[in-house]
Design a protein around this ligand. Sequence first.
Ligand SMILES: Cc1cc2nc3c(=O)[nH]c(=O)nc-3n(C[C@H](O)[C@H](O)[C@H](O)COP(=O)(O)O)c2cc1C
Length: 399
Amino acid sequence: MSERRNFVRLLGGGIVVAAGATAFATWWLNDEVPAAALEAWQGPRGERDPRRRAIAYAVTAPTAYNAQPWVVDLREPDAIVLFCDRGRLHLESDPFGRQALIGHGAFIELLVMALAQHGLRAVVQLWPQGEPGRDPRHWHDLPVARLRLSDGGAPDPLFAHVLRRRTPRQRFDTGRAVSSEVLQGLDAAVPAHGVVQSGGTVDPARVRPLRRLCMAAARLEISTPGTGLENLRQQRIGPREILAHRDGLAVNEPALRLAAALGQLDRSTPAPEDSGWFRQMLGMHEEQAATAMGFVWLSTRGNSRTEQIEAGRAFVRQQLHATGLGLGMQPMSQPLEEFAEMAPHRAAAHDMLLGGPLPACDARRAGAGATLQMICRVGYPMAPVPPAPRRPLQSFVRA
Ligand SMILES: Cc1cc2nc3c(=O)[nH]c(=O)nc-3n(C[C@H](O)[C@H](O)[C@H](O)COP(=O)(O)O)c2cc1C
């Protein structure tokens, strides 16, 4: 009798273990990024208002940490007024909102392109109520831009690449060089109005120190408590978090999903340098930098808010051009970040790429000194680059 009871108990335990194993296997295998988080990449869906159709393309613009800090007001007919969603700024790594405004420039550029594609010409007025102040914590709800629409608009060949544009985070093919002709093409993608200057190199003697600079700056960003924690909080780990937020940086590696699911990843304090997470992040940054086959950069003569926006417009044009070539182009922004600890790396970047001294980082006026706005590595990704999530269109529109 007792043997039978033991057998039944054993059987029961086996079933529980088997059920647990099945649930674990299902969870482990179910790592698809939910389609709803990626629906933006299908383009507009049944939008009848041409402004909303264009916005559906514009929300695929790149932004630091995939913050998508845009709000559009459509209450005025034949106009689109763009605001900054101040709750989506990253004040540790971007204390002056410079990177956020680069993301607004990219949004404006895609918006103008998409409107032109639908036969609408947009006249863009930046800062219709004046430029915002130095400290984003005191920014008011000022419009970034007002686009006045009329019939016309010349279609832009780069528009063809909008829904295929991606920021590659994986290693590049170190057996495949980037040619100097490709660099010239990226340079030509920058508007010739003279506000934004572009540079680039595939010369190993220049690429090597830039790789080292990017590695050192990435390490500093993740090991400095404020920026390290900010970075950690932008990670969306596993399908559930990715779908819930539809912003930030999607992480789907099984080991990290498991660590997060088991509560072994504390996102309330900076990750210690001996933690698995820290090592994983550092390893990823190092691999990215080490496989950079070249670098391109954008600079402006000063550092006004308008120049920051124009840098964003130029940047997304370059990335679209790169998309057309099958070339990967990933911003490596850490050396340009303005938090105090980064100053030596910012100075080194300005010295290496512009041959000049470090401008005052909080200066907003033209004449503040030539300022690097973007540094990107270039190379050929070895596998398709997955799209990044976007929030639903409606969440960008101010009613
Ligand atoms: C100003 C700015 C800075 C960025 N810095 C980085 C960076 O340092 N590292 C990186 O991997 N991506 C960087 N990005 C790219 C964003 O992370 C990327 O656009 C976002 O995650 C959305 O992905 P997608 O470009 O593939 O749509 C930056 C983008 C902008 C506009």
